[in-house]
Design a protein around this ligand. Sequence first.
Ligand SMILES: Cc1cc2nc3c(=O)[nH]c(=O)nc-3n(C[C@H](O)[C@H](O)[C@H](O)COP(=O)(O)OP(=O)(O)OC[C@H]3O[C@@H](n4cnc5c(N)ncnc54)[C@H](O)[C@@H]3O)c2cc1C
Length: 523
Amino acid sequence: MNIDISTARARVVIAGAGPTGLMLAAELRLGGIEVVVVECRPAGTVGESRAPGINARSLEIFAQRGLAEEFGSRGKTLPGVLFSGLPMAPHRFDPDWPAALILPQHQTERILAARAAELGVRIAWSTAVTGLREDDDGVEVLLDGPAGPASIRADYLVGCDGGHSVVRKLCGIPFPGDEPVSFWVVGDVRLDSPPDGNGVFGRNERIGTYQISRAEPEWFRLSLMRATPPADRSAPVTLDELREVMRDGLGTDHGLREARWASHFSDGFRQVTEYRRGRVFLAGDAAHTHSPIGGQGLNLGIQDAVNLGWKLAAVLGRGADDSLLDTYHAERHPIAAAVLRLTKAQTALIKPGTQNDALRDVVADMLTVPEVCLRLSGILSRLDLRYPLGEAHPLLGRRAPDLALTTDNGDAHLFDLLRRARPVLIDLGADGLSEAFAPWADRVDLVDARLGLAESRGRWHLPVFGDVSAVDALLVRPDGYVAWVNPAARPVNRDDLVGALARWLGAARTCYAATTFGTAVRG
Ligand SMILES: Cc1cc2nc3c(=O)[nH]c(=O)nc-3n(C[C@H](O)[C@H](O)[C@H](O)COP(=O)(O)OP(=O)(O)OC[C@H]3O[C@@H](n4cnc5c(N)ncnc54)[C@H](O)[C@@H]3O)c2cc1C
């Protein structure tokens, strides 16, 4: 839906309709918040395969929002992934999820754009953010649109405007990191004489590790290092340039005939020092950029969006305290910092040189050990993530598993209960829960349930981290992380629960009506 920006009103303005901006906009609409997305491109992306690797945590998030089938039916699942082109010993971090789903980025964006449109997200295309003025009550976002300069006022602005973020620059937020020293080309190409039929992950002493792999019957994904930096990194990569880089690095262009998309990437790494400044937030590539080796960027952006979306909705729509928004930086900054660290290591592994060869040999040896691979895939899939929500129980701060629940209204899975992006308090037979919960009944769905067979064996398993003792109540945030737990067979610690509800949902209120969501809900 395109909109007339001169008459638009919004509580939140999002700069950028890439995957991060689209996901965030949909999350805000689920929370009932008026949102406008401004995008400088005239329309959505077409034909870019750019970020094809969707990790297991992003797939879980899509499942929690009812998008799993849409993604699953369009993408191709991978039972395992390579680590910088090196094979990993057979292992399974979580048998419910594939190691990755492969889907071209333009298709991911199309699914997210369709969902955003369904939820009533409005996008102003051909409209660029050019300035901002913040005051005590809000932020005025200055724009350049089809009809010339314009502005829109909102409570908050979120810069999801990519690695060259204008919002970040307008705020003057530092973006420290490493300057790039090596450069690669990447593209979707047709080859008349491809290597080994389906392509290769090859390595030579001139350009290190390169990829020429068949992505679709007619198309190969090409990624290889160039001997010299591009003259202009923002200029499109031409077919002649691709040929030259291939001949230079491989001694042949493999009959390169056509490229439907091609781009540069480098080993530059940067991360902002603040994810929030006043009424302005940064998310996705606007907050962190790194080499695409390891396929983490889009996933980080989706997960940033899901962390921030419900918090903004809670503050704007449900009276939560503004300080809730500070947890966005506290939780997401360390995650991207860890991804940058791992991605740097993976990038070193693909570079040429005898030291890198030796490092590669050592790592290849380590990757024959299933426990090492398990640990690494916990990080790559982000299923190992734990936000710092306290040490009282091993589940705190971790992703809630997709519990099979039996309720008075039938069977349900936890992920289905999260589709409206509302917190869920699951009562598995705890004593004294409803009394403590009552003042928050309008803001959280209480579900009376029994555990399905798989989870009712008395202990729960956290992949890699082992078994944890069973619980009889848990509070799950809208982003699917466990915010409070009551261990089984212990009376509910009322102060603890009230503290968690107040921390994540805002102060207690007298409630007269509770919401229902297909399962038994009390208020
Ligand atoms: C070769 C390559 C391979 C990759 N492979 C993977 C992978 O396998 N897995 C993975 O997770 N990630 C991968 N990535 C990274 C991934 O593509 C990015 O992390 C992802 O696109 C970031 O999404 P975003 O929405 O934050 O930013 P972007 O996708 O950059 O979107 C930003 C949007 O903001 C708009 N914009 C910019 N300035 C303004 C302005 N002033 N006003 C309004 N709009 C503006 C832009 O037009 C754009 O639409 C890869 C990247 C590259 C280059």
